[in-house]
Design a protein around this ligand. Structure first.
Ligand code: UN1
Length: 493
């Protein structure tokens, strides 16, 4: 049985607990390895290594730091197919999407390597004569990263690469469900020659390792992507400790379809956005807000095409929808479907666990569509994180925007319309961090800010230049070359 270990201070080691847990393939329930279960002591060791390594790393010129990132980028690129296969076996997403996810990590590595020659600050005129003012970015110190299983390598890249290029050291806890891909990513960092102690991988259960990270006085920031419940708990405790946090949590993303939309295009986007990754994206489409005039036609088109979504093991290239991550997730999804039925929504398709065609040993849920959903129903308000779509009908753009915004989350939204004026109005009024016009709710690109409003996060962004604001402090620098005391706000007035 292949064992997956921690990577601390440049060495692969087992946790002091001596305990391992099995890693299961969600498509068939097979055990594909076991992973070490870390303790607070392991976290302490990783933080000590990170703190020590960061002392000299912050002094390495950023363009030189970036050279390691370029190596990481090329190694990821070389191993794209192998990583994608592992990702599918461990997490379940279909192979095409796994390739896409690895590509996202490659893109991020090249992009953040480029930041090594930017990391721009500003020069700003001083209000005093013969005085120069500027702002520079300095690293925060030791970054604690807690990453999810649904995008186990892409999101790890979104966080570790900007952290490292801007001069921080990293202590990384990957999701309990996806240690294999984390192991491969850490190996790539090792092969890049990155000095030891800068990237530390600590595997284990969320509460033990995560709590130890949040509590640790030498972890200066926590960047987290995952559930709302955990995010809020981190925020509460980190707030008390005055520790910086960047939190990326849920979504309840909607596609609005107006009466002048290209319905075939909208259907393509909805099927991909709702059922790709079996609905397990923060950006997944989970609501359709459709104009009453085209509701019946849109529903018919969705029902006609839902049969195209072949379920199965994602390694089979013809499969369109893979399993969900584990049994408890499967049961939770089924529970939501029952809630939808009790709330009076009409089931148009799916609505059950799939056990036929040899799929019983995996975690398969049939792509599910509810219609006649109202915006107050729980299935329309709560994040299900599975292949369940709710159709709500409206009579105007204004009403659509109201429904779109009437949820606690604000990650992504989309609108299909041929009217440029209404498209721009929607762009202004849809209260989400990401808005798509005539495209579905997924597919964010790594060089733009990624994140959301309201309950989705705490105002920070992953990806793009905005990510640097998580991993750096602004330092304002004044250089007075007048040779005399100049009292700001006094001597110049
Ligand atoms: C996520 O689900 O947390 O925009 C990330 C997208 C992907 C990233 C999703 N590029 O759907």
């Amino acid at each position: 049985m292949q064992q997956y270990l921690n990577y601390i201070n440049g060495e692969w080691s087992q946790s002091s607990s001596g305990k391992f847990v099995s890693i299961l393939n969600p498509a068939n329930g097979e055990v594909i390895g076991e992973v070490t279960q870390s303790t607070k002591e392991d976290v302490d060791r990783a933080v000590r290594a990170a703190k020590e390594a960061q002392k000299s790393w912050r002094l390495v010129p950023a363009p030189e730091r970036a050279e390691y990132l370029y190596k990481v980028a090329f190694l990821l690129k070389e191993r794209k197919e192998q990583l994608a296969q592992l990702l599918t076996s461990e997490m379940g997403k279909v192979i095409d999407e796994a390739r896409g996810e690895v590509q996202e990590a490659i893109d991020m590595a090249f992009y953040m390597a480029g930041e090594g020659r930017r990391l721009y600050g500003d020069t700003i005129p001083s209000e005093l004569r013969n005085k120069f003012a500027m702002s520079v970015r300095v690293p925060v110190g030791v970054a604690g990263l807690i990453t999810p299983w649904n995008f186990p390598i892409a999101i790890a890249s979104w966080k570790s690469l900007p952290a490292l290029v801007s001069g921080n050291a990293v202590v990384w806890k990957p999701a309990t469900e996806t240690p294999i891909i984390a192991n491969e990513f850490a190996k790539i960092y090792e092969e890049s020659g990155l000095p030891q102690g800068l990237l530390n991988l600590v595997n284990g259960s969320g509460s033990v390792v995560g709590n130890a990270m949040v509590e640790h006085p030498d972890i200066d920031l926590i960047s987290f992507t995952g559930s709302n419940e955990v995010g809020k708990a981190i925020n509460g405790r980190a707030g008390e400790l005055l520790k910086r946090t960047s939190l990326e949590m849920g979504g309840k993303n909607a596609v609005t379809v107006l009466e002048d939309a290209d319905l075939n295009l909208a259907v393509d986007a909805i099927l991909w956005g709702a059922f790709g990754t079996s609905g397990q994206r923060c950006t997944a489409t989970s609501r359709i807000i459709v104009h009453q005039a085209v509701k019946a036609e849109l529903e018919q088109k969705l029902v006609d095409r839902i049969g195209e979504l072949k379920l199965g093991n994602g390694l089979d290239e013809s499969v369109k929808v893979g399993p969900v991550i584990n049994r408890s997730s499967l049961e939770r999804i089924d529970e939501y479907v029952k809630i939808g039925q009790e709330e009076g929504a009409t089931l148009l398709a799916g609505g059950h666990i799939v056990t036929e065609n040899g799929l019983a040993s995996g975690n398969f849920y049939a792509p599910t569509i509810f219609t006649n959903v109202t915006s107050e129903m729980r299935i329309a308000m709560e994040e299900i994180f599975g292949p369940v779509l709710s159709i709500i009908s409206v009579n105007s753009l204004e009403e659509a925007i109201e429904v779109n915004n009437n949820v606690e989350f604000g990650l992504s939204s989309a609108i299909f319309t041929a009217d440029v004026n209404r498209a721009f109005q929607a762009m202004r009024d849809l209260d989400t961090g990401i808005v798509y016009i005539n495209a579905g709710t997924t597919g964010a690109e790594i060089h733009l800010p990624f994140g959301g409003t309201k309950g989705t996060g705490n105002g920070h962004r992953d990806s793009g230049e905005a990510a640097l604001d998580v991993y750096t402090e602004w330092r304002s620098v004044y250089v007075d070359y007048s040779g005399k005391l100049q009292r700001a706000q006094i001597d110049n007035y």
